[in-house]
Design a protein around this ligand. Structure first.
Ligand SMILES: [Zn+2]
Length: 244
Protein backbone atom coordinates (compact mmCIF):
# COMPACT_ATOMS: atom_id res chain seq x y z
CA UNK A 1 0.00 0.00 0.00
CA UNK A 2 1.17 3.51 -0.77
CA UNK A 3 0.18 6.83 0.74
CA UNK A 4 0.12 9.68 -1.76
CA UNK A 5 0.00 13.43 -1.16
CA UNK A 6 -0.32 15.97 -3.94
CA UNK A 7 0.30 19.66 -3.26
CA UNK A 8 0.49 22.37 -5.97
CA UNK A 9 1.49 19.81 -8.60
CA UNK A 10 4.16 18.23 -6.38
CA UNK A 11 3.61 14.51 -5.92
CA UNK A 12 4.84 12.77 -2.79
CA UNK A 13 4.38 9.05 -2.09
CA UNK A 14 5.35 6.86 0.85
CA UNK A 15 5.22 3.09 0.76
CA UNK A 16 4.47 0.80 3.67
CA UNK A 17 5.49 -2.86 3.89
CA UNK A 18 2.47 -4.40 2.20
CA UNK A 19 1.66 -5.30 -1.39
CA UNK A 20 4.92 -6.79 -2.67
CA UNK A 21 6.46 -10.18 -3.39
CA UNK A 22 9.32 -10.37 -0.84
CA UNK A 23 9.18 -13.00 1.87
CA UNK A 24 10.13 -12.74 5.57
CA UNK A 25 11.96 -10.85 6.99
CA UNK A 26 11.60 -8.50 3.98
CA UNK A 27 7.88 -9.04 3.42
CA UNK A 28 6.32 -7.77 1.48
CA UNK A 29 7.22 -4.58 -0.39
CA UNK A 30 10.97 -4.31 0.27
CA UNK A 31 12.42 -1.71 -2.10
CA UNK A 32 16.00 -1.78 -0.82
CA UNK A 33 18.60 -3.53 -2.94
CA UNK A 34 21.33 -3.82 -0.31
CA UNK A 35 19.60 -5.51 2.61
CA UNK A 36 19.98 -9.20 1.70
CA UNK A 37 16.67 -9.70 -0.11
CA UNK A 38 16.33 -11.58 -3.42
CA UNK A 39 17.26 -9.03 -6.17
CA UNK A 40 14.50 -10.37 -8.43
CA UNK A 41 11.93 -9.70 -5.71
CA UNK A 42 13.26 -6.16 -5.23
CA UNK A 43 13.07 -5.50 -8.99
CA UNK A 44 9.49 -6.79 -9.04
CA UNK A 45 8.58 -4.68 -6.00
CA UNK A 46 10.06 -1.55 -7.59
CA UNK A 47 7.94 -2.20 -10.69
CA UNK A 48 4.80 -2.81 -8.62
CA UNK A 49 5.32 0.40 -6.63
CA UNK A 50 6.07 2.49 -9.74
CA UNK A 51 3.03 1.19 -11.59
CA UNK A 52 0.90 1.80 -8.50
CA UNK A 53 1.95 5.45 -8.72
CA UNK A 54 1.45 5.73 -12.47
CA UNK A 55 5.22 5.97 -13.01
CA UNK A 56 7.46 4.19 -15.49
CA UNK A 57 9.92 2.20 -13.32
CA UNK A 58 12.73 3.40 -15.62
CA UNK A 59 11.96 7.01 -14.61
CA UNK A 60 12.70 6.36 -10.92
CA UNK A 61 16.15 7.45 -9.67
CA UNK A 62 17.60 5.46 -6.74
CA UNK A 63 20.59 6.15 -4.47
CA UNK A 64 23.16 3.96 -2.76
CA UNK A 65 22.90 5.81 0.53
CA UNK A 66 26.01 6.20 2.65
CA UNK A 67 24.95 8.56 5.53
CA UNK A 68 26.80 11.52 4.04
CA UNK A 69 25.88 15.02 2.92
CA UNK A 70 26.88 14.89 -0.75
CA UNK A 71 24.31 15.78 -3.42
CA UNK A 72 24.23 14.38 -6.96
CA UNK A 73 22.60 16.25 -9.84
CA UNK A 74 20.83 13.73 -12.06
CA UNK A 75 20.40 14.63 -15.72
CA UNK A 76 19.09 11.41 -17.23
CA UNK A 77 17.44 8.07 -16.56
CA UNK A 78 19.49 5.71 -14.45
CA UNK A 79 20.77 2.44 -15.90
CA UNK A 80 20.13 -0.62 -13.69
CA UNK A 81 22.80 -0.83 -11.00
CA UNK A 82 24.25 2.65 -11.47
CA UNK A 83 22.74 4.45 -8.46
CA UNK A 84 25.08 7.19 -7.15
CA UNK A 85 26.65 6.70 -3.69
CA UNK A 86 25.11 9.81 -2.14
CA UNK A 87 22.31 10.72 0.25
CA UNK A 88 20.72 13.46 -1.81
CA UNK A 89 19.74 13.90 -5.45
CA UNK A 90 18.34 16.77 -7.47
CA UNK A 91 16.96 16.93 -10.99
CA UNK A 92 15.27 19.32 -13.39
CA UNK A 93 14.22 16.46 -15.68
CA UNK A 94 10.86 14.64 -15.70
CA UNK A 95 12.09 11.92 -13.35
CA UNK A 96 10.95 10.62 -9.96
CA UNK A 97 13.45 10.57 -7.09
CA UNK A 98 13.33 7.86 -4.42
CA UNK A 99 14.72 7.64 -0.89
CA UNK A 100 15.08 4.31 0.96
CA UNK A 101 14.55 4.20 4.71
CA UNK A 102 13.67 2.04 7.68
CA UNK A 103 13.60 4.61 10.57
CA UNK A 104 15.79 7.31 8.95
CA UNK A 105 13.99 10.43 7.71
CA UNK A 106 13.12 10.82 4.02
CA UNK A 107 13.09 14.45 2.88
CA UNK A 108 11.51 15.50 -0.40
CA UNK A 109 11.45 18.92 -2.09
CA UNK A 110 9.68 20.20 -5.17
CA UNK A 111 9.43 23.58 -6.89
CA UNK A 112 6.66 22.89 -9.39
CA UNK A 113 7.11 26.27 -11.13
CA UNK A 114 10.84 25.83 -11.72
CA UNK A 115 10.42 22.12 -12.49
CA UNK A 116 12.98 21.05 -9.89
CA UNK A 117 12.74 18.14 -7.44
CA UNK A 118 15.13 16.94 -4.76
CA UNK A 119 15.28 14.08 -2.29
CA UNK A 120 17.47 13.25 0.69
CA UNK A 121 18.04 10.45 3.18
CA UNK A 122 18.55 12.04 6.59
CA UNK A 123 19.45 9.67 9.33
CA UNK A 124 21.07 10.86 12.53
CA UNK A 125 24.53 11.18 10.83
CA UNK A 126 23.05 12.95 7.80
CA UNK A 127 21.11 15.38 9.99
CA UNK A 128 24.30 16.31 11.83
CA UNK A 129 26.36 16.43 8.61
CA UNK A 130 23.88 18.86 7.04
CA UNK A 131 22.46 16.79 4.19
CA UNK A 132 19.21 18.78 4.32
CA UNK A 133 20.81 22.26 3.97
CA UNK A 134 23.02 20.75 1.23
CA UNK A 135 19.94 19.49 -0.61
CA UNK A 136 18.22 22.87 -0.27
CA UNK A 137 21.32 24.65 -1.59
CA UNK A 138 21.42 22.28 -4.57
CA UNK A 139 17.78 22.81 -5.54
CA UNK A 140 18.21 26.58 -5.20
CA UNK A 141 21.31 26.38 -7.42
CA UNK A 142 19.15 24.66 -10.05
CA UNK A 143 16.68 27.55 -10.01
CA UNK A 144 14.19 26.70 -7.27
CA UNK A 145 13.03 29.35 -4.84
CA UNK A 146 12.27 28.76 -1.12
CA UNK A 147 8.83 30.39 -1.18
CA UNK A 148 7.70 28.11 -4.02
CA UNK A 149 9.18 24.90 -2.61
CA UNK A 150 6.82 22.31 -1.22
CA UNK A 151 8.58 19.85 1.11
CA UNK A 152 7.62 16.51 2.57
CA UNK A 153 9.00 14.60 5.54
CA UNK A 154 8.16 10.91 5.26
CA UNK A 155 7.67 8.06 7.74
CA UNK A 156 10.52 7.90 10.29
CA UNK A 157 11.25 6.91 13.86
CA UNK A 158 9.89 9.63 16.15
CA UNK A 159 11.57 11.51 18.97
CA UNK A 160 9.64 9.59 21.64
CA UNK A 161 11.10 6.29 20.36
CA UNK A 162 14.63 7.06 19.12
CA UNK A 163 16.71 6.47 22.23
CA UNK A 164 20.40 7.45 22.10
CA UNK A 165 23.20 7.83 24.66
CA UNK A 166 23.23 11.24 26.39
CA UNK A 167 26.62 12.13 24.79
CA UNK A 168 25.26 11.47 21.31
CA UNK A 169 22.21 13.62 21.97
CA UNK A 170 24.51 16.42 23.19
CA UNK A 171 26.72 16.08 20.11
CA UNK A 172 23.84 16.22 17.62
CA UNK A 173 21.81 18.91 19.38
CA UNK A 174 24.89 21.17 19.57
CA UNK A 175 24.50 21.27 15.77
CA UNK A 176 20.71 20.91 15.48
CA UNK A 177 19.02 22.06 18.72
CA UNK A 178 15.53 21.16 17.47
CA UNK A 179 16.47 17.47 17.47
CA UNK A 180 16.52 17.42 21.29
CA UNK A 181 14.08 14.82 22.60
CA UNK A 182 13.29 12.40 25.37
CA UNK A 183 11.80 8.94 24.97
CA UNK A 184 8.31 8.20 26.26
CA UNK A 185 10.10 6.27 29.03
CA UNK A 186 12.22 9.29 30.03
CA UNK A 187 15.68 8.62 28.53
CA UNK A 188 17.74 10.75 26.11
CA UNK A 189 16.49 10.69 22.53
CA UNK A 190 16.75 12.46 19.19
CA UNK A 191 13.90 13.81 17.10
CA UNK A 192 15.42 13.57 13.62
CA UNK A 193 12.22 14.54 11.73
CA UNK A 194 11.87 17.53 14.08
CA UNK A 195 15.48 18.52 13.36
CA UNK A 196 14.85 18.24 9.63
CA UNK A 197 11.73 20.42 9.92
CA UNK A 198 13.79 23.07 11.73
CA UNK A 199 16.48 22.96 9.04
CA UNK A 200 13.83 23.44 6.34
CA UNK A 201 12.30 26.35 8.26
CA UNK A 202 15.74 27.98 8.61
CA UNK A 203 16.06 27.74 4.83
CA UNK A 204 12.77 29.60 4.43
CA UNK A 205 10.72 26.54 3.44
CA UNK A 206 7.39 26.75 5.23
CA UNK A 207 5.14 24.54 3.10
CA UNK A 208 5.88 21.12 4.61
CA UNK A 209 3.79 17.96 4.39
CA UNK A 210 4.61 15.67 7.32
CA UNK A 211 3.83 11.98 7.64
CA UNK A 212 2.30 11.10 10.99
CA UNK A 213 3.84 7.61 10.91
CA UNK A 214 6.48 6.53 13.41
CA UNK A 215 8.14 3.54 11.73
CA UNK A 216 9.13 1.95 15.03
CA UNK A 217 5.57 2.12 16.37
CA UNK A 218 3.86 1.06 13.15
CA UNK A 219 3.63 -2.66 12.37
CA UNK A 220 2.81 -1.66 8.79
CA UNK A 221 6.27 -0.17 8.24
CA UNK A 222 9.83 -1.51 8.18
CA UNK A 223 11.86 -0.51 11.24
CA UNK A 224 15.54 -1.25 11.51
CA UNK A 225 15.50 -0.53 15.24
CA UNK A 226 12.66 -2.95 15.83
CA UNK A 227 13.67 -5.75 13.45
CA UNK A 228 17.35 -5.30 12.38
CA UNK A 229 17.03 -7.63 9.35
CA UNK A 230 14.20 -5.99 7.48
CA UNK A 231 13.19 -4.29 4.27
CA UNK A 232 13.27 -0.66 3.17
CA UNK A 233 10.40 1.72 2.52
CA UNK A 234 10.59 4.20 -0.34
CA UNK A 235 9.52 7.83 -0.46
CA UNK A 236 9.10 9.33 -3.94
CA UNK A 237 8.84 12.85 -5.33
CA UNK A 238 7.96 13.91 -8.84
CA UNK A 239 6.06 16.64 -10.66
CA UNK A 240 2.65 16.01 -12.15
CA UNK A 241 1.86 16.69 -15.76
CA UNK A 242 -1.30 18.68 -14.86
CA UNK A 243 0.94 21.75 -14.59
CA UNK A 244 2.03 21.76 -18.19
ZN1 LIG B 1 7.69 6.60 17.82
Amino acid sequence: MIEQRIRNGAHFAFTDRWGGVSTAPYGELNLGGAVGDDPAAVRENRCLAAHGLGLDPADVVWMNQVHGAEVAVVAERQQPGEAPAVDAVVTDRPLALAVLTADCTPVLLADPVAGIVGAAHAGRPGLAAGVVPALVAAVLAQGASPERIVAAIGPAVCGRCYEVPAELRAEVTALVPAAYAQTSWGTPALDVPGGVAAQLAEAGITEVVRSSVCTLESADHFSYRREQRTGRLASYVWLGSELS
